[in-house]
Ligand binder design. Structure first.
Ligand SMILES: [Zn+2]
Length: 384
């Protein structure tokens, strides 16, 4: 059966040709089912057992788990099937047609991160089956670029408990063992409108929001004075005041005002901590103006991620890749996958510099080292 399998370039070409954009905008959002079914057919013909699950609360999105071998532990190779939308103006080639120009494979998802699955498929054709003593899992998730719904759903299912997991996001094959978390909230102040000639007629939402902002700035100062991680280029947690809107006319007391904020925690600060600190910061103003202040998440938060630097996976991945582990500023599915109870790393081909850009590409010089690295990882974790 394996004779029908595509080679690396053919697999990459077929994956790129199948649009699987995820977007908050419904007119851009697409089902990832065609990509899932294509990958399922390939891994099935390699002898993997396939399970495809619809992800709850999504727009027709699916996860796929492919399993080879059985038993405890083993290796999970994980990635997402979706891409970001593309900017039609910026692309010099068709984003859905793989083009090899100047040693670069151009195409939407070439590095972030359909390309990873083409490598995994190729690596799997070379597995010495008779030596496989532990399971090898391939996980393909949905909606990483928007809500991370696929990874959240998979972790809730608790279908497998591998010993280690690799998320193949583009890191130029350097192990990433830490990244920041992300959460964003809208704070709304509801005051009472009235004629501006007499402030006692109402409650001015803008003036209450000024107090909110002052309290948030104090919280930020506290965070920056007490939390620091030298591995990051921005070492402290951040709190950004991103957007504000309120009022409608100079001669009216402002009734409604909202503020959108974003917080990026370093590892060691849990989402629950941040939420409790935010609530504490706003408590005096809430007491002063009961029922006037509300806070709601703009997106589901994703936690900070850290894998211990002395874990077996980090030590081995550093040896196999020839690179020291590092911390990055972008978020991945790693903190969710880690909840399976496995050592987890982000490690894959291509550069994040090309992700989410027009003319996204994967350099040919990634091919041989990626295949060699995957082969070492699979042999190390799944073969006797
Ligand atoms: Zn990605």
């Amino acid at each position: 059966m394996t004779s029908t399998l595509p080679n690396l370039q053919q697999a990459l070409s077929q994956l790129i040709a199948m649009p699987s954009i995820s977007s908050d905008r419904l007119d851009f959002d697409q089902s990832n089912l065609p990509v899932i079914e294509l990958l399922a057919s390939w891994f099935e013909s390699l002898g993997f057992t396939i399970s495809i699950d619809q992800v709850i609360n999504t727009n027709n999105k699916y996860n796929m788990l492919a399993t080879l071998g059985s038993g405890e532990g083993g290796l999970l190779l994980s990635g997402h099937s979706d891409t970001v939308p593309y900017d039609d103006q910026g692309w010099l080639t068709d984003p859905f047609k793989l083009r090899l120009i100047d040693d670069k494979f151009y195409g939407l998802g070439s590095c972030d991160m359909k390309g990873f699955f083409a490598f995994v498929l190729q690596a799997c054709t070379a597995i010495p089956r008779h030596k496989l003593t532990k399971p090898l899992y391939i996980l393909v998730t949905a909606d990483e670029e928007t809500t991370m719904a696929g990874a959240r759903f998979f972790v809730k299912q608790q279908l497998v408990k591998p010993e280690v997991a690799i998320i193949g996001e583009p890191t130029e094959l350097k192990p990433v063992h830490m990244h920041k978390g992300h959460m964003s909230h809208r704070i709304t102040v509801r005051g009472k409108s009235g004629h501006s000639s007499d402030p006692a007629n109402g409650l001015n939402a803008i003036e209450v929001m000024v107090e909110v902002i002052q309290r948030l700035q104090l919280l930020r100062k506290h965070l920056q004075q007490n939390y620091r991680n030298a591995a990051f280029s921005v070492q402290q947690p951040t709190l950004n005041l991103g957007a504000i809107k309120g009022g409608d006319n100079a001669n009216r007391i402002c009734q409604d005002c909202y503020l959108d904020i974003d917080l990026r925690a370093i590892p060691g600060i849990a989402d629950e901590d941040l939420l409790a600190w935010l609530a504490d910061a706003l408590l005096p103003i809430c007491k002063q103006h009961p029922g006037s202040i509300q806070m709601q998440p703009l997106h589901a938060s994703s936690p900070a991620f850290k894998e211990a630097q002395d874990s077996e996976l980090v030590v081995s991945a550093q040896r196999f890749s020839g690179h020291c582990c590092q911390a990055v500023n972008y978020a991945t599915e790693a903190p969710f996958i880690q909840q399976l109870g496995c050592q987890t790393l982000v490690l894959g081909p291509g550069s994040i510099d090309q992700a989410h850009q027009a003319n996204e590409y994967l350099h040919v010089d990634q091919v041989e080292p990626t295949l060699a690295l995957l082969h070492r990882l699979i042999t190390h974790y799944c073969c006797a």
